[in-house]
Design a protein around this ligand. Structure first.
Ligand code: GAF
Length: 386
C-alpha cells in the first residue's frame, strides 16, 4: 500500500497554487512500472445514517455508522485503454466497457465507474486499461450509500494498481466528483466520508462545515434493524437535486451562504421570511441539525428512549417538511412504531424509496424486523447494526 503524503503542488501561470495533482508515488523503486502491478483490490462499506438527513449539503451535521455490507472491486491491468467492468450485483448491464479518456454517461450504474476514471484523469492521474470485477453485498439504491461505496472501492483499487498518491480526503473528493459532476446527482459528502472513515461499532459525527469528525460509541444496549422497502430512488433524476436547489434558493433569499449560518437565529423569524415550501425545507434542515446534537448527547448517556423519540421526529420532519418520504417508507415506519420492541424509526438516506431504521434493545432487532416484514409484503431485512 502506498502511504498518504503531502501533495506536490502545481503553480498556475498567475503564480497562485492550483489544484493538487495526482502523481505516481515518488517512493517507488527506479524502473518500477505501475502497470506491472497487475492486480489489486479495493473495498468500501455502505452506511446507515443514524440521524442528520439532507444536512450535509447545507454545511450541517450527520451521524453515520458503517455497515458490514459493502462493495469489493478487483482490478487487473490491461495493455490497452479499455476499462472492462463485470458485476455480480443485481443491475443491468452486468458487463460493460468504455475507453479511458472517452467517458460518456449512459444512465446506468457504470456511470459511477466512468465518473471515477474521468475524475482521476482530470486530476492528472495516469491510468492504463483495466478489467474490474465488482461484487456487492450491499443492495443498490436502497439509501445505504452504495454509489459512494462503489466509487470509493474503485478509487482504492485503481490507486493500488496504478501507484497513485491519494490520501483519504482526496479519495473522498474523487468519489464525490464522480457522483456530482459526472453522474449529475448533486449529493453531499456524507456517504463518501462515512464509507472511508466509518466503523461498524461507532457513529461518526461529521460537521460538514469544517469536515471535523468525532467518533461516538454506540451503547451496548442498542440495536438497529435496517429494512429495505423494496422501492427505489434515483437521485440524479428524482427530487434530490430539487431539494438541494430549494435550500440554495432559501439561502439566497435570506442572504446567507448556507443554511448552517441560520442556526443561531430565532427559527420563527427565519421561517416567516420564506415562502412555502422553502420555509418547510429550512425548518427541516435547522431542526435536523439540532436533533443530531441531541442524538449524540442521548448516545453518550445511553438514553434510548430519547434517541428513539429523535428518530421518530426526524422521520416526521423528512415526511412533512422535507417531503422526501413515500407511502411505502411511511408504512414501514408506521409498522415499526407499532412493534412492541421498537423505540424509534425513520427513513434512512436521501428518501424517495430505500430503507428504514428501527431502533430496539440489543438482541431484539431481528425478531422485530420479522414481525414488521410479516405485515409489509415486499421488503427485506438488510442488516442488523452494529
Ligand atoms: C444521499 C446523499 F448522497 C447524501 O449526500 C445525503 O445528502 C443523503 O442522501 C441525505 O442525507 O445519500
Amino acid at each position: 500500500m502506498l502511504s498518504a503524503r503531502r501533495w506536490p503542488r502545481k503553480q498556475n501561470p498567475s503564480g497562485r497554487i492550483a489544484e493538487p495533482v495526482v502523481l505516481r508515488s515518488p517512493n517507488l523503486p527506479a524502473g518500477y512500472r505501475p502497470r506491472a502491478m497487475r492486480r489489486a483490490t479495493g473495498q468500501a462499506p455502505g452506511r446507515i445514517n443514524l440521524i442528520g438527513e439532507h444536512t450535509d449539503y447545507n454545511d450541517g451535521l450527520v451521524l453515520p455508522v458503517a455497515l458490514g455490507l459493502g462493495v469489493t472491486v478487483g482490478v487487473r491491468g490491461r495493455d490497452d485503454r479499455t476499462a472492462h467492468l463485470v458485476t455480480d450485483a443485481d443491475v443491468e448491464p452486468r458487463e460493460t466497457w468504455f475507453v479511458l479518456g472517452e467517458e460518456r454517461r449512459d444512465g446506468t450504474w457504470a456511470d459511477r465507474a466512468r465518473g471515477v476514471t474521468a475524475a482521476l484523469q482530470a486530476r492528472a492521474a495516469i491510468l492504463g486499461g483495466f478489467d474490474a470485477e465488482i461484487s456487492s453485498t450491499l443492495p443498490l439504491g436502497a439509501g445505504l450509500g452504495s454509489s459512494a461505496a462503489l466509487a470509493v472501492a474503485l478509487v482504492r483499487a485503481l490507486r493500488e494498481l496504478f501507484g497513485l498518491v491519494l490520501d483519504d480526503a482526496e479519495i473522498a473528493q474523487v468519489a464525490h466528483t464522480a457522483e456530482t459532476e459526472f453522474v449529475g446527482a448533486r449529493a453531499g459528502l456524507m456517504d463518501q466520508l462515512a464509507s472511508i472513515h466509518g466503523r461498524r461499532s461507532e457513529a461518526l459525527l461529521i460537521d460538514l462545515r469544517d469536515l471535523s469528525r468525532i467518533r461516538v460509541a454506540l451503547p451496548l444496549a442498542l440495536e438497529l434493524a435496517v429494512i429495505d422497502s423494496g422501492t427505489r430512488h434515483e437521485h440524479a433524476t428524482g427530487g434530490y437535486n430539487r431539494r438541494r436547489e430549494e435550500c440554495e434558493e432559501a439561502a439566497r433569499h435570506l442572504g446567507v451562504d448556507s443554511l448552517r449560518d441560520l442556526e443561531h437565529r430565532p427559527l420563527e423569524e427565519v421561517l416567516e421570511r420564506l415562502p412555502p415550501p422553502l420555509d418547510r425545507r429550512v425548518r427541516h434542515v435547522i431542526t435536523e441539525n439540532v436533533r443530531v446534537r441531541d442524538a449524540v448527547a442521548a448516545l453518550r448517556v445511553r438514553d434510548m428512549s430519547k434517541l428513539g423519540a429523535l428518530l421518530d421526529s426526524s422521520h416526521r420532519s423528512l415526511r412533512d417538511d422535507y417531503d422526501v418520504s413515500t407511502p411505502e417508507l411511511d408504512r414501514l415506519v408506521h409498522l415499526a412504531r407499532d412493534d412492541r420492541a421498537v423505540q424509534g424509526a425513520r427513513l434512512v438516506g436521501g428518501g424517495f424509496g430505500g430503507s428504514i431504521l428501527a431502533l430496539t434493545e440489543r438482541g431484539e432487532a431481528e425478531s422485530a424486523a420479522e414481525r414488521i416484514l410479516r405485515r409489509y409484503d415486499r421488503g427485506r431485512l438488510v442488516a442488523i447494526v452494529p
